[in-house]
Design a protein around this ligand. Structure first.
Ligand code: ATP
Ligand code: MG
Ligand code: MG
Ligand code: MG
Length: 560
């Protein structure tokens, strides 16, 4: 590509609303432009990078026998009503009506669509296992779109769904995807780690998130210093938790509002009490604890009662109540939009401290009552694990870091196949529900995470595998015929070798050209200047300081 013809609007200034490095650099490198909050257009430099990631994803998935399809992004509400998620998805789901007033949504994820497709086509165990995937635009009306393409309202996701006859089959499919993800992120140049994760709105039993450690990450991750234990804070467990009671007291005193009665709760949730799936009221040691479960979550009352009973008995404060409930396996919090809102109110404590905790729903949080991921300010005011806690596996100290979730894999089991009737006939002639898994990767977020890990003060440093172009050929002065001719010759030769190459034939000062090539992160630069009269050009790697004068016939060996 000749840069004089290219649509590559680079910026010298950092855009005012770009808070994190990857957002700043994607804007400055002319990869993306904002259209509305959380809505971006992708320009040539951006598209090329995103496609590189998509192709790595394709290659690694196809190696595991996955097959690409493409489903509609526009989805009729009936499918979501069947699975029970039309209501569960809440405000994050973008809903539209057709001309006949029928409800549709713009797909935020595709479990229902794939399950529907499969139930119509699969009848026998002989047709299984299957793993189908798509690379498609998803729509989520995020409450707080931010950090450029890290959290947008439309983004490209690779989502895959596996269909097996039994748990053993699912175990293998899941492991295959786990391995594929490990390879994908390694090929993207990402230093990443899989961590145990909460299953949230998607459901299922086992799940792992692929996390890129980064200061700008919106998740908190817990790592063991002694063994391979790693988990999202939402899921993490530890022993010897030493809560700092003073610190906790301070925390509780910040909290608002006054919620002491069911009427207060209704106001707080902006939802009539008859829409609470369940309101459980306990008297424990003379204290009242109210547990509200919103939506369609099933709840094991004995477990709740025991958890709360235990917590109150030991006079533990709110963090402990939540922790006890979490440990009892009732679950406490999931991703935004999940209908699993346990509200614990201890009236006595509430009176004293204006305390309500645990509302786990977009816009229903009280500041700092949850993990902080939905709020201004710090992450993790509520934590399952605190610094210094010990690992339950090996007893070593646990460490806490921030991470960007780039991928997420789930064992779904039969959650969708049972509710939607996706069955197959087994060898024994019996009809059984298909056992499913689902697997997502955010394409643009992965690109942003790569930039977070690969940049310097001058711009992006793309790993070769992801770079929009491999080489840029820069004639120092395009008015000097011998420089321009040599540059074009090098450019043409590289192109015929299949190298992705740019020719910076713009009538700009060489300093401007260098700045741009460093900003957009092209891994190799060949500068054609006055030394061309001796048949020499300058060769420089983006991630190295030194430049080398090389002869024309050395170029090929440098680049291969
Ligand atoms: P998050 O916790 O960041 O909200 P999620 O858990 O809701 O993400 P999943 O439903 O697991 O996301 O989707 C799979 C992948 O899609 C994520 O791992 C992430 O890479 C990407 N993704 C999810 N939401 C967004 C978004 N709003 N913008 C960009 N990428 C996203
Ligand atoms: Mg998540
Ligand atoms: Mg989310
Ligand atoms: Mg996730």
């Amino acid at each position: 590509m000749k840069m004089s013809k290219m649509f590559m609007p680079t910026l010298r200034e950092v855009p005012a609303d770009a808070e994190i490095t990857s957002h700043q650099l994607m804007m400055r490198a002319g990869m993306i432009r904002k259209m509305a909050s959380g809505v971006y257009n992708q320009l040539p430099m951006g598209i090329r990078v995103f496609k590189k990631i998509e192709n790595i994803v394709r290659e690694e998935l196809e190696k595991k026998g996955c097959q690409e399809i493409l489903c509609s992004g526009l989805i009729p509400s009936e499918l979501w009503k069947e699975s029970g998620r039309w209501d569960v998805m809440g405000a994050e789901m973008m809903r539209v009506k057709d001309r006949n007033d029928r409800d549709f949504c713009l797909g935020p994820t595709h479990e229902e669509v794939f399950t529907d497709l499969i139930r119509q086509e699969i009848t026998s165990y002989k047709q299984l296992p299957l793993n189908l995937y798509q690379i498609q635009v998803k729509y989520r009306d995020e409450r707080r779109p931010r950090f450029g393409v890290m959290r947008t309202r439309t983004f490209t996701m690779k989502d895959a769904y596996s269909f097996d006859i039994d748990e053993a089959g699912l175990d293998k499919s899941y492991q295959d995807m786990y391995d594929a993800y490990t390879n994908i992120f390694a090929r993207c140049g990402l230093d990443n780690s899989p961590v145990q994760a909460d299953t949230g709105a998607i459901g299922g039993s086992v799940s792992a998130e692929f996390m890129v450690k980064s200061e700008v990450g919106e998740d908190e991750i817990v790592f063991c210093s002694g063994c391979d234990y790693a988990a999202n804070m939402e899921k993490a467990v530890s022993v010897n938790t030493s809560l700092d009671k003073e610190e906790m007291k301070e925390l509780t005193e910040i909290h608002t509002p006054n919620v002491h009665t069911i009427e207060d709760l209704e106001k707080f949730f902006n939802l009539p009490a008859n829409r609470f799936a369940k309101t459980l009221v306990y008297e424990v040691d003379g204290k009242t604890v109210v547990v509200v479960v919103r939506g369609d979550r099933e709840v094991n009352e004995t477990k709740v009662a025991n958890a709360i009973g235990g917590a109150v008995e030991f006079e533990l404060a709110r963090e402990e109540v939540v922790r006890a409930v979490t440990k009892a396996g009732i679950g406490f919090a999931g991703p935004i939009g999940v209908e699993a809102d346990y509200v614990f109110i201890d009236n006595e404590v509430a009176e004293q401290n204006n305390l309500v905790i645990g509302a786990n729903k977009d816009e229903y949080h009280i500041q700092n009552a949850n993990y902080g991921r939905d709020f201004e300010g710090t992450v993790g005011d509520f934590r399952n694990v605190t610094e210094g806690d010990k690992c339950t596996k090996c007893g070593s100290e646990l460490e806490i870091a921030r991470g960007v979730e780039v991928g997420h894999i789930f064992k779904l089991g039969t959650k969708y196949s049972e509710t939607m009737g996706a069955n197959y006939i087994d060898k024994d002639g019996k009809s059984k529900p298909i056992v499913m898994g689902c697997y997502g990767i955010g394409i643009e977020r992965t690109a942003a995470a790569i930039i977070e890990q690969h940049h310097d003060e001058n711009g992006i440093i793309w790993p070769l595998s992801i770079a929009p172009y491999h080489v840029v050929v820069v004639p120092v002065n395009i008015k000097k015929a011998e420089q321009m001719e040599a540059a074009e010759k090098i450019y043409n030769e590289l192109q015929s070798m299949g190298v992705e190459v740019l020719l910076d034939d713009r009538d700009e000062r060489v300093g401007v050209k260098f700045k741009d090539s460093e900003l957009v992160g092209i891994p190799m630069r060949i500068t054609v200047g006055k030394d061309i009269t001796d048949g020499k050009v300058e060769f420089k790697l983006r991630d190295a300081q030194d430049k080398e004068l090389i002869s024309l016939d050395e170029i090929k060996s440098k680049i291969e």
